[in-house]
Design a protein around this ligand. Structure first.
Ligand code: PEP
Ligand code: MG
Length: 837
């Protein structure tokens, strides 16, 4: 007599892949059969099969019944009951937001009349790529393979069964070879699907009851499971269609050999791979030397293929319209900036993308000048610029971008999105790889900041009313001591390979530090007893992100070696403002004088105790705050990799004494606006010169006015004077719409005021061929002096420069000397002397 257990589905998004796999795991640990019945639809499922469970299409509040029968049914009933009550309700995952691109495509001016064809899509990995269209993906049984009519049922079953076993083993081997990370997680997930009882049963049944060949049985299984998943209302389930296709495609190849290999798509030149959908394994088999871009008609923003593309830095568009009409081998550009796949690349479009490449390469070249150098102020004061990372892959990118160390390795990412915590070996390998990437530079690893808003299903933490103030980070370590010890042990062992520093998150009291240090010491002793090498002098530090820590820092100094200010949380707790609530976002302002005074107190206390102190919150990544942070007296600022080059360049223009004076003045301000005004004034006084030789191009080329303006604005971007070139271009065009800036005599002065420009700037372009411009004298222009002024500098600055320039342009002698001078430095000096800047 089977035992029954009824429940109603507590998950608003239904039983999708993750809860299904959790249920499968519990059911699998018993020999008893476990049948899951959805009483709304009448569908029943084998609870030991993920495919079967998700196929039961269980939605929120559906009445369900578990029927358990077998030797250990009593024990299974107890375990499943506990799972349904305690674990299942917490298996919820927020649905992915898949923002489909809507509205009219906003094309840059140069492309508006280019004649190119644009297929819009949603950019999920940024970048611009050019290459030949190559089609891939799908699950197809090659023509000519018989689908049915077998005579030896047992032999065919054996063939499929052996292939399935081989595939399961292969997934396991590849997962181990891939080390730890996204690739390996995917292969492990696929192995679970290949192991699924329902899949094997479905394959065998097709052979036995319908005399299908292996190919026929695999095709049937693929069709059956993808149909069930694709029909689901749940996007999380629909995305699993790709995984099923992958397993079936791999299985087909195992049975029939390479002739059916969907994986052997060879790329021999720069390619943009286009597919309705692409399975993660198909992605992994593409030759990444030639894979420049990826276009998918399907796929949500969370699909595994997209996650892989992101980690490999392959620009990707999803939801791209009308891909059927794309010709194989056609040349195309994937432009994630505008969100379109561009074909029919006319000369104009080709020229535009060649300019885009020059813009992006130009910026890289400028930043490379700084990436290999130490970050210092102009007067030689060093402030380390380090990187915040969350994965091993990011470490390589950070050092390539010029990071001088890892200032924050957020290890909680290693614990999220999985069924169980990573073990010591897995963690040890990850820390080891990051230390190897650091090649002698320091690596600050923060122990897991989980709990609260970063809930882990396998910890069974109860939901909280106020997760930011709750049970998270340091605070859960005592309760989950073995989890903490495992991480500490992995870190202690990894400390043998380089300069690893261990940092504790969300510390609010001295007792917490003492307790953690005791555990660390015990694990170090254990390593010593087991003769495992480790760094006995490994530094231990804490985040300063809870205001109480700021006021207990003097005492903390006796216990730890270093600090890093977590300005994100520190500001949130200090101002008592939930930074995700837009209604009170204006309070979340690091320029609040009170907050600056708090920072000062923290840094002064650390300094007085001769402790190293860095800052790793978002505040550090904003170039505009750099003069304040340099003046604050930090040893290090840790930011995301893309911000590193810009910060180093900016720092090289600042003098420490000026920054210290600025910070002292900011402390005397009464409001954040006053501090903001002070910063604006400082950056106006200390920013880049209005004109510099690198802003002058002697033999510029442009076929149209649109291209000429783009050339000028791109130069602003290349030299770090704007991060938003398209906004500046638009502002210039708006000005052009009111009157032409072609002043006659072959000179034009396009200009704008914009919040997107960092420093008032002039660009001078002398064209080798005159450019058509609807000038006042209707003549083309040979010289463009483009001007962009900061919005905050008001109308007078704008007018002062433009009228000085316009006045000079009316003088023939000025025009002649500009036309004749071929040396950027001398030309720069000449213009500056004439307009008095
Ligand atoms: C911070 O709070 O500033 C910080 C760096 O930690 P996280 O953003 O990971 O909470
Ligand atoms: Mg924090």
């Amino acid at each position: 007599m089977p035992l029954d257990l009824s429940f109603s589905c507590p998950l608003p998004n239904g039983v999708h892949a993750r809860p299904a796999s959790a249920l499968e795991e519990v059911a699998r640990s018993f020999t008893a059969d476990v049948l899951l019945l959805n009483q709304r639809t009448g569908r029943s499922a084998n609870a030991k099969s993920i495919l079967s469970i998700v196929g039961a299409d269980i939605r929120f509040s559906d009445p369900c019944l578990l029927k358990i029968s077998g030797l250990d049914e009593e024990r299974a009933l107890v375990a499943l009951g506990a799972f349904i009550r305690n674990t299942l309700p917490r298996q919820e995952t927020a649905l992915p937001t898949f923002a489909t691109a809507t509205g009219e495509l906003q094309l840059p001016r140069c492309l508006e009349k280019s004649g190119a064809v644009f297929r819009r899509g949603t950019a999920v990995v940024p970048g611009i790529a050019q290459g030949r269209i190559v089609r891939a993906g799908g699950f197809n049984v090659p023509d000519g393979l018989p689908m049915d009519g077998i005579t030896d049922v047992l032999a065919e079953q054996r063939r499929v069964g052996d292939a399935l076993d081989e595939l399961i083993a292969w997934y396991g081997r590849r997962a181990s070879a891939a080390g730890k990370g996204i690739e390996s997680d995917l292969l492990v997930a696929h192995r679970s699907l290949a192991r699924d009882e329902e899949l094997r049963t479905c394959l065998f049944e097709a052979i036995t009851t319908r005399q299908r060949t292996a190919a026929g049985a695999i095709a049937d299984a693929e069709a059956r499971f993808t149909k069930i998943l694709a029909a689901s209302e749940n996007p999380l389930l629909r995305e699993r269609v790709l995984d099923v296709r992958d397993v079936c495609a791999q299985l087909l190849q195992r049975v029939y050999g390479d002739a059916t290999a969907t994986r052997s798509l060879t790329l021999g030149e720069d390619s943009i791979v286009v597919a309705d959908s692409l399975t993660p394994c198909q992605f992994l088999f593409l030759d990444c030397r030639f894979l420049k871009g990826l276009v998918l008609a399907e796929a949500g923003t969370t699909s595994h293929t997209v996650i892989l593309a992101r980690s490999f830095g392959v620009p990707t568009l999803v939801g791209v319209e009308k891909i059927d009409g794309l010709a194989d081998n056609a040349e195309a550009v994937l432009d994630a900036d505008i969100g379109a796949l561009v074909t029919n690349l006319t000369d104009t479009a080709q020229r535009y993308y060649s300019m885009e490449r020059q813009r992006l390469d130009g910026r890289q070249a400028v930043l490379r000048n700084f990436s290999g150098k130490r970050a210092t102020t102009r007067d030689g004061h060093a402030i380390e610029i380090a990187a915040n990372i969350a994965t091993v892959e990011e470490a390589d990118r950070a050092f390539a971008a010029g990071a001088e160390g890892i200032g924050l390795f957020r290890t909680e990412m290693l614990f999220l999105d999985r069924a169980a915590a990573p073990d010591e070996a897995e963690q040890h390998e990850i820390y080891h790889r990051v230390i190897e990437a650091a090649d002698g530079c320091p690596v600050i690893v923060r122990t897991m900041d989980i709990g609260g808003d970063k809930a882990l299903s396998y910890l069974n933490l109860p939901p909280e009313h106020n997760p930011f103030l709750g049970y998270r980070a340091m605070r859960i370590y005592r309760h989950f001591e073995s989890l903490f010890r495992t991480q500490v042990r992995a870190l202690v062992r990894a400390s043998a390979y380089g300069e690893l520093r261990l940092m504790l998150p969300m510390v609010s009291t001295l007792e917490e530090i003492r307790w953690a240090k005791k555990i660390i010491a015990e694990e170090q002793d254990r390593c010593a007893a087991e003769s495992k090498p480790f760094d006995k002098a490994m530094q231990i530090g804490t985040m300063v992100e809870v205001p109480s820590a700021a006021f207990a820092l003097n005492d903390f100094c006796r216990e730890v070696d270093f600090f890093s200010i977590g300005s994100n949380d520190l500001l949130q707790y200090f101002m008592a403002v939930d930074r995700t609530d837009s209604r009170i976002a204006s309070l979340y302002n690091p320029l609040q004088p009170g907050f600056l005074r708090l920072l000062k107190q923290i840094v002064d206390t650390a300094r007085a105790n001769k402790k190293w102190i860095g800052l790793c919150g978002e505040m550090g990544g904003q170039k505009g705050y750099l003069p304040l942070l340099a003046g604050l007296g930090l040893d290090e600022i840790s930011v995301s990799a893309p911000a590193i080059g810009g910060l180093k360049a900016e720092l090289s223009r600042l003098d420490l004494a000026d920054c210290q004076q600025l910070f002292a003045s900011a402390l005397g301000c009464a409001t954040a606006d006053e501090v903001g005004a002070l910063l604006d004034k400082f950056s106006a006084q200390h920013s880049l010169p209005l004109l510099a030789p690198e802003m002058i191009v002697i033999n510029a080329d442009a076929a149209t006015k649109e291209e000429a303006i783009k050339r000028g604005v791109d130069l602003l971007y290349i030299h770090g004077r704007t991060e938003q070139p398209r906004a500046i271009e638009e502002a210039i065009w708006q000005r052009e719409a009111t009157y032409s800036t072609g002043f006659g005599h072959g000179f034009a002065i396009p200009h704008c005021k914009s919040g997107a420009i960092n420093a008032n700037s002039l660009v001078v372009l002398k064209f080798s061929q005159p450019v058509p411009w609807n000038s006042l004298d209707e003549k083309p222009v040979r010289v463009v002096i483009l001007m962009a002024i900061r919005e905050s500098d008001g109308a007078s600055e704008h007018m002062k420069i433009i009228s000085a320039l316009a006045r000079q342009v009316t003088h023939e002698s000025f025009r002649d000397s500009i036309e004749q001078e071929q040396d950027p430095a001398r030309l720069c000096a000449l213009i500056k002397s004439k307009i008095g800047c």
